[in-house]
Design a protein around this ligand. Structure first.
Ligand code: ADE
Length: 254
């Protein structure tokens, strides 16, 4: 997969050279290219912004500069991502869809954002999604680009050493992950749950599944409500019914 990131702060993406993403790039599994938007300016000051038409605070990024950059990078195969607090909130299902794309172009806006005609134009010329990290505001799209690249890259074949970790983690099946423990078996008086030391794989799997259901019910009832009832077995339903009694939580299957 190829990912192009366009930003006025190319140095912001340096952490992508570390850890699993850095290795994926070195191994040729991810073709990651970072570009300085100012390379597409034509004036001596390399200007990328201008005042908002109609007045108001701050500066807006110029459509001509972004147009020149994106014309050079976007092809019919590209999916353009515009990080924005007004976008679709990034979740694992969007990450999975993006990981199946051949080419992503992430256009990192700054200031008050990019002239709205850029999104309109490239939504016609290619596929385009405005993506939000969540309901809060950061100073620019770069931190979203880091999150998107990392979340996508770890789903590419061969990037995460043990693919089973991708199956068991939070959000993989619409639930939060169960709690994990390592040695020692007692730490500051707190014991590792006995079932995990039992060696009984069936019971361990059941305990973990119940914990995932409980945690999700307690912390993210919105996720539980969206769960496809077909993914729940009898034991899941029983676990949720138990919670119902205890916490007044709603069984998504019912
Ligand atoms: N730019 C500013 N805030 C943002 C957010 N929440 N998500 C994505 N890009 C942003």
């Amino acid at each position: 997969m190829r990912i192009d990131v366009v930003t006025i702060f190319p140095g912001y993406t340096e952490p992508l050279g570390l850890s699993l993403v850095g290795k994926a790039v070195r191994d040729g599994r991810l073709d990651l290219r970072v570009h300085d938007l100012r390379d597409w300016t034509e004036d001596r000051h390399r200007t990328v912004d201008d005042t908002p038409v109609g007045g108001g605070a701050g500066m807006v990024m110029r459509p001509d500069v972004w147009g020149a950059a994106l014309d050079d990078l976007v092809t019919a195969d590209s999916h353009v991502l515009l990080p924005s607090p007004a976008g679709r909130v990034l979740d694992q299902s969007l990450v999975e869809a993006l990981a199946a794309e051949p080419h992503l172009v992430i256009a990192c806006g700054r200031y008050e954002g990019i002239d709205a005609r850029v999104a309109e134009h490239y939504a016609q010329a290619a596929r385009l999604t405005e993506v939000s990290l969540g309901d809060y505001v950061v100073n620019g799209g770069e931190v979203a680009a880091l999150a998107i690249v990392e979340a996508v890259a770890r789903l590419l074949p061969g990037v995460v050493g043990n693919p089973q970790s991708l199956v068991e983690e939070s959000h993989a099946d619409g639930l939060l992950e169960y709690p994990v423990y390592t040695r020692p078996p007692v730490w500051r008086g707190r014991e590792v749950p006995a079932v995990l030391l039992s060696g009984h794989h069936g019971q361990i799997a059941r305990w973990r599944r119940d914990q995932a259901l409980r945690r999700t019910a307690a912390r993210r009832p919105d996720l539980l409500a969206r769960l496809d009832p077909a993914t729940l077995d009898e034991a899941d339903r029983a676990a949720l019914a138990d919670l119902d009694g205890a916490d007044g939580l709603v069984d998504p299957s019912g």
